[in-house]
Each structure stands twice: as C-alpha cells, then as structure tokens.
Write a protein that binds this ligand. Structure first.
Ligand code: XIL
Length: 327
C-alpha cells in the first residue's frame, strides 16, 4: 500500500475501512485447515496504523465459500470447519476489527422456506441452526465486536423488498428471542438511480422496528448504479446525487444508524465500473458508470456534495457503542 493519490484521499476522507473481497473465506482458504491471513493482516495493520475503524467483511457468505467446504461429507465436519473459520478470524483481529458481518445475505424469499432462509451450503450441511452456531462462536472468540447480519434488497418500495424487509425483521426477532448474539443489521445499499420506487416512510418504519429490538443499524455498501440515467455527465451526476440524498435523508433520521460505508470511494475502484454485478445493471451505451463520491480522476462528484449535506444536516446521535474510543 504505497502512498499514492488514492491512499491520500482515503486518509483524508474516511474514518473506517472495509476490505471489498480480501477477507472472504474463498479467497483466504484453498485447502481444509489452511487459511492465508497475509492480505487481511496488511489491511488490518494499515487501518490500525492510520487509526481507521475496521469493519470485518465477511465471515460466511454462500457465494464466496471454499469448494472444499462444499465437499465436506457430513454435518459434523461442516460444523467444525465453519466454527473454526469464525473463531480464527474473530480471535486474530480481536480489538482491531470493531464489527463483523458474520453471516452475509442469509435471506432469500425465492427459496420458499417458511423462515425465508436462503438455501446455502451452510443451511444444507448444518441446518437452520448454523446462524446461531456462527454468532455464538463469533461472540465467544471476540466479546467486544459488534456482530452484524448484512443483507441486500431491503431498501426499495417494491413488493419483493417489502417482503424481504419483514423476513429480515422476523429473523432478527428470532435471534434476539433465542439469545443468539446479534448487535446490528447491515443494510447494503446498492441503489439504482432513476429506477425502483422509494418510500422514505416505509424505510424509516423498518429502521425503527429494527432499532426497537435493541439493534444498531449500519449502512454497509452504499453505491448507485446509473444505467437508467442519461449519458451526459451533469444530469447523470445530479440523478445519482439525488438518489444518495433521498436515501441518506431517510436513513440518517434514525439515530440507531451508527455506521455509513460506501462501496468504494472513487469510480477508479468499483465493482460497478468493473462490471462485476449483474449484466442487467450495465449501461447499454458502454460509458463508464459514475457510482461513487469521487470520479476516476479523484474529483468530487455531485454525490460527494449530497453526502456532505446529508451528514451535516443529520440529527445528532451517540457513536456506536462498539467503536474504539479515541484518545
Ligand atoms: C462484491 C465485490 O465488490 C466484487 O468485487 C466481487 O466480485 C463480488 O463481491 N454484497 C456483498 C459484497 O456483501 O461482498 C459484494 O462485493 C457485493 C454484494
């Protein structure tokens, strides 16, 4: 991590850091019992040196699980491997990672289960209790970190997302009732400029329901795709900025929102610009998308000003109780 213009911007603009892919299990482990911590170590070390709060992303995600785990023969070995992974990460970074996305994206309505759980390798191998086992293991290995359920598709005013919001709420209620240690809901906010309908009222009600369970809320992956906005940069940026503004005004009204992370800082490094998301979300005109607060030349976009305005106008709140106290 050389000192370059991007790093300088990061240190000037950000108070927290999250690895986009480098902590995902599949990238860290190619064989049973082996995990390569070298890249995560460097990132966590960088954050510590620069006094950036470090989000842990993620411990378990169906989409980035090692092939060897999927091939394990029985429940016992799957459970053991899952718990070892969670324990090793939480222990190693204890005191330096302030929150963990323990299970990433556990809900999928389309799989048709009454509990709305996504049919993943964890569910298949271990059963619905895999969540409780994973969160308990994380708590045991690091009692200080905030344990997060991170989910996407719960922002917009569509029947699908409304259904998913209530499924997430029911999952969190069940976890609380059973005494499964969960501290926050992570709301991935991969927004779509000029696309889906948005209701600030419904989203705020959902956030209030989550907060009423005693949980914090974190906005974990904010960015805005612009395939439904015009080619010309000025009107396009205005539409993107407007999506940021409307979303942030709604969610920052809830004082239990304690963390806000964009999914990338500049358009120089973004999964949307790299076209790693679904093809349906790609611009048809082939122009590079402009999803983030800085463009590829590291110049502020209208989105940066929308963020600054929203943050300046947001109601005051207590810092997350999980954030390290700064001397
Ligand atoms: C994405 C990364 O940004 C991409 O580089 C990678 O190809 C796939 O994963 N939800 C999450 C993130 O929780 O980890 C995903 O990140 C985006 C969706």
């Amino acid at each position: 991590m050389a000192s370059d213009d991007f790093t300088a911007l990061l240190l000037q603009q950000c108070a927290a850091l999250v690895p986009e892919n480098e902590m995902k299990w599949q990238w860290m482990s190619h064989r049973p019992g082996e995990e390569d911590f070298s890249v995560p170590d460097r990132i966590v070390g960088f954050a510590a040196r620069h006094r950036l709060a470090m989000r842990g992303h993620n411990l378990l995600w169906y989409w980035r699980t090692p092939d060897w785990f999927k091939a394990l023969p029985d429940r016992t070995s799957a459970e053991r491997a899952m718990i070892e992974r969670v324990t090793a990460m939480c222990r190693r970074y204890r005191g330096r990672v302030f929150c963990w996305d323990v299970v990433n994206e556990p809900i999928y309505i389309g799989h048709g289960r009454a509990d709305a759980l996504r049919r993943t390798v964890f569910l298949d191998q271990i059963g619905p209790d895999y969540l409780d086992l994973a969160y308990h293991a994380a708590r045991a290995a690091d009692p200080t970190a905030a344990l997060v359920v991170n989910e996407y598709g719960i922002v917009y005013d569509t029947p699908e997302e409304e259904q998913k919001r209530s499924a997430v709420l029911r999952l969190l209620e069940r976890m609380r009732r059973k005494g499964t240690p969960v501290d926050a809901l992570g709301v991935e906010a991969h927004l779509d400029a000029g696309g889906a309908p948005f209701s600030a009222t419904k989203l705020r009600r959902f956030f209030a329901d989550v907060a009423a369970l005693g949980l914090e809320l974190q906005i974990t992956e904010l960015d805005v795709t612009d395939e439904n906005a015009p080619a010309a940069i000025a009107p396009r940026d205005r539409i993107v900025a407007d999506a940021y503004a409307r979303f942030l005004d709604a969610v920052l009204a809830e004082p239990a929102v304690t963390v806000l992370v964009t999914w990338g800082l500049s358009d120089r490094h973004s999964w949307i610009v790299r076209r790693e998301c679904s093809e349906a979300g790609w611009r048809k005109d082939g122009l590079p998308p402009r999803p983030l607060p800085f463009d590829a030349e590291l110049q502020r976009t209208a989105a940066w000003y929308a963020l600054a305005t929203a943050l300046a106008g947001a109601p005051a709140r207590a810092a997350s109780r999980f954030l390290p106290r700064r001397a």
